[in-house]
Design a protein around this ligand. Sequence first.
Ligand SMILES: Nc1ncnc2c1ncn2[C@@H]1O[C@H](COP(=O)(O)OP(=O)(O)OP(=O)(O)O)[C@@H](O)[C@H]1O
Ligand SMILES: [Mg+2]
Length: 409
Amino acid sequence: MRGSMFKNGCRRCCYVMVDYLDAIGAGLILLDPTPLGFDFLPSELVERDELQRALAGRFSSIGHASGSGRAVITGPVGSGKTSLVRRFCDDVSRHLIGTRDIAVAHINCRNENTTMQVMHKIVAQMDERHPDRGLSSGELLASIRRLVAARRGHLIVVLDEVDHLLRRAGNDILYHLLRIDEDASSEGTLSLILISQEQILDVLEGAVISRLGASNHLRIPAYTRNELAAIASQRATLALRPGSWQDTHIDLISEAAAANGDARAAIELLDPAVRNAESDGRRELRADDVQRAATELPSTHADGLVDELNLHQLLVLLAVARRLRRADHITSGDIDQLYAVVCEEHDADARSHTTIWKIVKELEARGLVATRVAPVGSGRGRTTHVTMPTILPADLIPRIEDAVPRRRR
Ligand SMILES: Nc1ncnc2c1ncn2[C@@H]1O[C@H](COP(=O)(O)OP(=O)(O)OP(=O)(O)O)[C@@H](O)[C@H]1O
Ligand SMILES: [Mg+2]
């Protein structure tokens, strides 16, 4: 069979040499792509215990036959608003199995942005075969009430990215939903959760906010660098081969994403970093895999930044970049030494340790380097590590070397 010909004279395609496909399915680093997907919801959220408790607190009566809750969640992009609510809805439905049948309608109002579209969507999520033509909003509301009553349950309606709906259609729908039990003999049919980025308060009329209860408003902060590291580390543990990555890679990722505190940006760096390493045929990540991935982030514009630096900022950056070509961090002591060498090379008078450190901080403010305090060995001592999370040092060096002589003129 081996090497047999098809009638048209072609060799069987499976015997053609296809080295270039070797990396596909090899799982050199990536064992399971699912946890890196944009829709993946981890069974446990990282660093959100307090907010989860605060949200649950707004729904303390939901276990009772007539109980319901309301919440408004706002926070910046990628601060985990949608995940917080999806996790809560899943967890609470499971928690109440045998007590109350909880249905969830999670509507993204970027897609459904009229009152009728949202109502239809809620009904459709509860009953796929529900006829969707010609019904008024009042009739749809009655359908929702009937569907919930039929299962003797409760419905949590989540209006995600609700600002799109409110801007387009006003807040009619909120009144409809909040009044679902008025004029009917029902009670506690529906809970409502609104999610939006910060600007929701401009759009939500005061009356609506007070109807939902100002104390039900939870503001979610952007993630800190450490929180982003914990999130990226959770995904790496779930998706990647043990031993193929190190905490230092996670640190680089969290530093690159820290400017916006956006968890999505941190998670999205893992995938291209892994791809960079695997396409090289490696079983281990390297710092430059992450750096190369981060240079693709929209916020990176090292080119223009180099042009704005003065001579000693360039020389310090050169010292840092040279070391980081081969290492993922450099200590402040090493910067002093390498910078002295660089100054000698370029015939410049080296500045003091204090000035060098001030320059490092200036470079950090411009997003060219990041600094973090790290323990020395296993002892109690501490030192500072300087890294370059969003720039590829090898790309930067020729640009700096090109700029230095111009600065000396
Ligand atoms: N605490 C967390 N633990 C684990 N993963 C998280 C956490 N917070 C966010 N994520 C992940 O980060 C990504 C973005 O989170 P999410 O979609 O919830 O943010 P968002 O605030 O709704 O963003 P947007 O404003 O763009 O709608 C998702 O993949 C989510 O799973
Ligand atoms: Mg969201």
